[in-house]
Design a protein around this ligand. Sequence first.
Ligand SMILES: O=P(O)(O)OC[C@H]1O[C@H](OP(=O)(O)O)[C@H](O)[C@@H]1O
Ligand SMILES: Nc1ccnc(=O)[nH]1
Length: 504
Amino acid sequence: MLFLKVKYLDLDLETNAIIINEEDLKGTAYYPHDRVLVETSGGSFIGTLYSTKTMVSPGEVGFSKTIMPMPLKEGEEVRIRHAQKPSSLNYIKKKMEGQTLKPHEIHTIVDEIVSKKLSNIELTAFVVSNYINGMETNEIVEMTKRMADTGEKLEWENSPIVDVHSIGGVPGNKYALLTIPIVASAGIIIPKTSSRAITSAAGTADIVEVLANVNLNAEEIKRVVKATNGCLVWGGAVNLAPADDIIINVERPLAIDPKPQLLASVMAKKIATGINYTVIDIPIGPGVKIKNEKEGNQLARKFIELGDLLGIRVECVLTYGGQPIGRAIGPALEAREALMALTDFKSAPNSLIEKSTSLAGVLLELGGAAQPGKGNKLAWEILSSGKALEKFNEIITEQGGKETKPDEIEVGNFSADIISPDNGYITYISNKLITNVAKEAGAPKDKKAGILLHAKVGDKVDKGEVLYTIYSSSEERLNAAVNLARRTYPVKVEGMLLKRISKF
Ligand SMILES: O=P(O)(O)OC[C@H]1O[C@H](OP(=O)(O)O)[C@H](O)[C@@H]1O
Ligand SMILES: Nc1ccnc(=O)[nH]1
């Protein structure tokens, strides 16, 4: 056992690194990369041991404040001992072999994820096994319930509480910034929590954060919803289904969202937010999470079945995901486009308006504000009357932001135009490749990075015309994005004659 004094290091780490001077390790049975248990006056936690010559002195143990699960005073003495292997390791191996897990095995995995006992390698093995082998319904139900039960739950005095959630995957998916205020301004309660980007260049939480605080706790969410009927917050900031955000952090670098995880991630948050009805948006198209209608129907049935088992009424909508929604991709650009749509819907892309009002229409009907079949019309009226903008500004203000005009939103200082190599028509925009270019430019961490499409599928373009502009806060990232765009051609321009084939 080692007795060492706490020293905080100015390091932003995503793993629990326990940093010890190599002198203190000499002659002991502790080696770099060992899993260790740190026992403190406030509780214990697991981490990985790393050695240093200079970052901490002998007798000290260095932690990054960003990963500390409990408050510790600098100079406080802690005990460090070998940690046992997490019990879930055997269950993760079972999953790697394609076996079905028992309820208590799933519970142990979720519990150990929440208590940060699993290393990123072990967690990745679990996520990737689910990607390859999938899970049975019962396993997903157990995972969902446990994810919800290991965190806080919101309770509401009124009902119904409605909600909408997209499975994501399609670039430019900023619908929630329109749909939520439309529904809230009809008097329906809609406490919307979102995740940050998983596979895309901007999750809803990343976009809203351009305009307001999204890191609200349960009390604050209740206050905002009481004042405005809605909110647009990051689920990870509240202790709602806390395993979710930990899992998302290993999915993001791989840009994967395995179906069992996706179902549990969305539905656990629905249980935790205490909603009664939810509409699940399933975008369909090449390069998004669901490739075709058949797969979409299967996933929709799974969501509905899960909802039945969990006591939440679920309705699913399959939506067009064949190309980006609207023209803007990346947090600030998407916030600006959403504000344009709320301010003057005629100036905004149809795909964004149609998607947002269609989803709002379904919710208005479910929430009882519109007769069946009349929701869409009401959603349009609320948007075009300016009431949705007013409601959006109320929500943003309650979340600590301020009323902003679309052109006040700053985008990256560095930009480059990608031009059409030929005369012709845009025949294809690759969701995957355009997302990769936006990420290479820095999105979503660089909020001002992203892409503005000047033309979409079906549009005629002339040689030399600008197809899209890439933005970034960094010249280096911009150049890398331009190089990637030139190598991969995310936007395809073709003439009516696609190819000549002859024997000469
Ligand atoms: O597209 P990717 O990054 O895979 O998926 C993540 C996004 O999808 C969902 O959207 P919403 O909250 O319903 O708007 C999530 O909350 C998140 O914003
Ligand atoms: N896996 C997920 C996809 C979309 N939204 C979520 O919250 N989680």
